[in-house]
Ligand binder design. Structure first.
Ligand code: UN1
Length: 498
């Protein structure tokens, strides 16, 4: 894992930035552990990467899709071989425990193999012509150069949802890595290079949002931006990209809720909410950040939940005993603390946690105790805004209808869950919940690579990554009419005569 993987990747060469400046990447569990210095790329670097991608596009798009798929499959094999090494690098740079970072790499592997298999499908659609001796076809074609910008919480899984289908479809890519997790994406890119990806097909630039990401979004040579991050940044990207009419795919925030009904298997629901709320230290766009509990079981369920959540082992993700890792950085720690204060000021009861963990063992990292608020009202800010930390807001409901109403009452709509043994209640929830993903008797996290992923309302702009729907993002439709009648046939006009 040498210093090469701390540079930009342009035309399959690891290169420094023209800016001459760098930023440090540090371990959130042990801030004195510096992983390395990465280039703070500027508009010139972005331009170089886009040019490389443009040039590569002219040949990559002509390679038969199944041949492109073979490279992706080999990249999947290499990721499989290096799964543990990459997971360790990922835990070191962004903190989540090893069992989670192994899952992150596995999601990229699954996506590699899935996208590779799609290169033998990428189905088009044909329909009969309204005229004789004429054939109507439509098929998918690549879009061109895709700019990919993602968050640090899934350094491989989320970029892979975008990059593998983009490449499978014949596009080339410029990927701006997250400043809090730039290293593991380089190890990912190295697998693609070794798998045989030609120069310029995948380029990587490191740097800050405004200067580096902003230049990518504004670049006229980029045809599409695929972004995962906050709703606020997503709106800014959308506004900037509209100036060049780029296609924009946005996967944004969430305020995901889990409903626990009075007939639920409570032990199962308990395990589900612990994983949903405190897995990845609550730093997932799919995290369970609201728990809506039926009034008749509320007190007993919350008592059990606090008892279990209190025993969650906080620590360095490298340790096999750790269940909850650090939060990503100091700024995020302060932001979580601010939300906890807001919750208290709003009148909610903080029944667990509510402070950073600063004892001797933790003092070199950014740790925040799993935190639970009860007595939360749906209108409170801690029930409406994405906190991106280990903070769970518990809301009481007295019926399924009211629970669903509360669940739907935010500007987001990514993922939702309900625990019930009543099949009718489950079916109504599936029908009435406003979200892109609904789990029955499972927590709000756990999306699989081959299924559509994305949300409604301000969680996105209507696209779905994952599965076959990713190809709707990364392809255009081309319609072809083949007239073999030997005559000039006029659609709409001649069709009348037959
Ligand atoms: C994200 O939170 O950014 O379903 C993605 C899940 C994961 C992906 C989460 N497979 O939680």
């Amino acid at each position: 894992m040498g210093a090469a993987y701390m540079k930009n990747l342009i035309d399959n060469a690891w290169v420094d930035s023209h800016s001459g400046t760098t930023f440090e990447n540090r371990n959130p569990a042990r801030w004195n552990d510096c992983i390395g210095a990465f280039p703070a790329s500027n508009v010139i670097d972005v331009d170089n990467a886009v040019r490389a991608a443009r040039t590569a596009y002219s040949t990559w798009r002509l390679i038969p899709a199944p041949k492109r798929g073979e490279i992706l499959r080999r990249a999947g094999d290499l990721l499989t071989q290096r799964k543990d090494d990459i997971a360790r690098a990922m835990t070191r740079e962004m903190g989540k425990p090893l069992f989670e970072t192994r899952g992150d790499v596995q999601e990229a592997i699954d996506t590699a193999y899935y996208a590779a298999s799609e290169t033998r499908r990428l189905f088009g659609l044909n329909a009969p012509s309204e005229l004789p001796d004429k054939m109507n076809l439509s098929f998918r074609v690549p879009i061109g150069v895709c700019g990919v910008i993602t968050a640090w919480n899934f350094p491989l899984a989320v970029p892979s949802w975008k990059i593998f289908p983009a490449l499978a479809a014949g596009n080339t890519v410029v990927f701006k890595t997250p400043t809090d997790a730039p290293h593991s994406p380089c190890l990912f890119a190295q697998c693609l290079i070794e798998a045989g990806l030609p120069p310029g097909v995948l380029n990587i630039i490191h740097g800050f949002g405004e200067e580096c990401g902003g230049a990518l979004v504004a670049h006229p040579g980029v045809d599409l931006i695929a972004f995962t991050g906050s709703t606020e940044v997503g709106k800014a990207i959308s506004a900037s990209a509209s100036k060049t009419l780029k296609r924009v795919s946005l996967e944004l925030g969430g305020k995901n809720a889990m409903i626990v009904m009075d007939d639920a298997d409570q032990d199962l629901a308990l395990e589900g909410v612990l994983w949903g709320a405190f897995g990845t230290t609550g730093q997932r766009c799919t995290a369970t950040s609201r728990l809506i509990v039926h009034g008749t079981i509320h007190d007993a369920f919350i008592a059990k939940l606090c008892e279990r959540a209190r025993t969650l082992r906080l620590g360095d993700g490298m340790s096999p005993n750790t269940e909850v890792g650090p939060v990503i950085n100091e700024k995020q720690l302060h932001s979580i603390a601010r939300y906890v204060q807001i919750g208290k000021d709003e009148g909610a009861q903080c029944v667990l946690g509510g402070t950073p963990e600063t004892s001797e063992e933790y003092k070199n990292g950014w740790f925040y105790k799993p935190t639970i608020f009860t007595g939360v009202l749906p209108v409170m800010r801690i029930a409406q805004e994405e906190i991106f930390g280990p903070v769970l807001s518990v809301i009481r409901a007295s019926s399924l209808t009211q629970a669903i109403e509360i669940l739907n009452g935010t500007m987001y709509g990514l993922s939702a869950a309900i625990y019930t043994r009543n099949v009718n209640a489950a079916m109504r929830a599936i029908r009435d919940i406003e979200s892109g993903i609904v789990y029955i008797n499972g927590p709000t996290i756990g999306a699989e690579a081959h299924m559509p992923f994305g949300g409604v309302k301000q969680t996105g702009n209507g696209h779905r990554e994952g599965g076959w729907t990713a190809f709707d993002i990364f392809t255009e439709w081309k319609t072809v009419y083949i007239d073999y009648s030997g005559n000039l046939q006029k659609a709409q006009i001649d069709a009348d005569r037959h």
